[in-house]
Design a protein around this ligand. Sequence first.
Ligand SMILES: [Zn+2]
Length: 175
Amino acid sequence: MRAKAGVKQTPEIQYAGTGLSSKDFKEGKILCTRWTADAKYAWDAGIAIGKYLAGFKAGKILGVRCIKCGRTMVPPRAFCEWCFKTVDSWVQLRNTGIVNTFSLCYVTWDVKRVKKPEISAVIEIDGASKGMGIMHLLGEVDPNKVRIGMKVKAIWKPAAEREGAITDIKYWKPY
Ligand SMILES: [Zn+2]
């Protein structure tokens, strides 16, 4: 380490970065304790997303309406961010939509290369206001034929396999 002229170096700074060795641990020069975490987690999705997820379990895509701005929003929220007021009502949307944008992904979420791309897309849900959509996957489609504006429909898991999650829809396919 190069000392600046006129700056007094303390020993801690001078030796900063000295590595520990296994010998240091064995000889007890290092204080070390081990423990196993026993942490339990609970996560509350909140009023709006909680009802949205329950809707998936029932095979329904739910949105909310705001009377003031006239928007039908999905994913639902408790509060209209345009009007600064609580939303007015719930509405069941259709199981169809259009591809707003998409991406051909040649790596999985945990960064493994794949030959057949996973196609993630933002799907504008029919019955919601223009531009209101959800991120999901496309399936049963030639990657070279996916287009913005393509009409798609939700392919649901069987009712017994649904668990109240976005993955209760397996994917969206053109129709
Ligand atoms: Zn509004």
